[in-house]
Structure formats: structure tokens, C-alpha cells
Design a protein. Structure first.
Length: 134
């Protein structure tokens, strides 16, 4: 996919806005105790934010596993993001998989709630990187 600078910038902005909107959905589901939904929304908020930063750096990724690989290779290894965000992203991905597809395991508050604030920190960090990169 070949994008002009304007198209890429618009898509990056859209993905970042979608990350924030999806994060709000996660937070709004916390009082309801819908832990699988919260985990799903937290993961996707991180996914949209990371994909926005990767796109800003010129990388397009087609799969969830591709995002994980590119996150480590192009954002964490060179020091753009702290490695704790790679660990967080991996946990979010695993929880989303469990919540969406696990037939014999249910997520609980203690699994999900500790990841709410770190996910917001990831989105905020990426927002600052994108803002400083303009």
C-alpha cells in the first residue's frame, strides 16, 4: 500500500483517535465487570496506537503477530518505546485471545484491572512521540 504523506498522516491521526476511543470503551466497561470485553478493548486500543506509530515510521503490518514482531524490532529495540510496553502488549494480546477464544477460562478483575492504566500510558507515550515527530 503506497500512501502519500497526507494520506499517511490522516491514517495515523485516525488510528490514534480510534485508540483513544477504544480505550474509553474499555474504561466504560470496567464498572460493569465485563472483563473479557475490557481486555478486548484494551488490546485493540494498544493495537491501534502501536499501528499508528509503525505507520508513521513507514511500516505497514497486516497481522496481529506482525504488529508484535514490528513493535519489538522497530520500536522497542531501537529505544523508541520502553521494553515494558512490549511486555504489556504481549499480556494484552494473550488476554484478548483468552477472553475471545478460551472456552474453559474466564478473565477476572485481578487479571484485567492492573493493565488499564499502563495501556493509557502506552497510548499517551505514542501520542507524544507522534506529536514530536511532526
Amino acid at each position: 500500500m503506497s500512501l502519500s504523506d497526507d494520506e499517511r498522516n490522516a491514517l495515523v491521526a485516525y488510528r490514534l483517535e480510534k485508540a483513544n476511543r477504544t480505550y474509553k470503551q474499555a474504561v466504560d466497561s470496567v464498572p460493569l465487570g465485563y472483563w473479557e470485553m475490557t481486555a478486548n478493548r484494551l488490546y485493540y486500543s494498544a493495537y491501534y496506537a502501536v499501528s499508528a506509530l509503525l505507520l508513521n515510521k513507514g511500516f505497514t503490518v497486516q497481522t496481529h503477530n506482525g504488529i508484535i514482531q514490528m513493535l519489538g524490532l522497530h520500536l522497542i529495540k531501537p529505544g523508541l518505546l520502553d521494553k515494558s510496553y512490549g511486555t504489556l502488549y504481549g499480556k494484552l494480546f494473550s488476554m484478548r485471545q483468552t477472553g475471545d477464544y478460551g472456552d474453559t477460562f474466564e478473565l477476572e478483575e485481578d487479571d484485567v484491572l492492573p493493565l488499564v492504566e499502563p495501556t493509557k500510558n502506552l497510548i499517551n507515550t505514542i501520542s507524544k512521540l507522534l506529536k514530536n515527530n511532526k
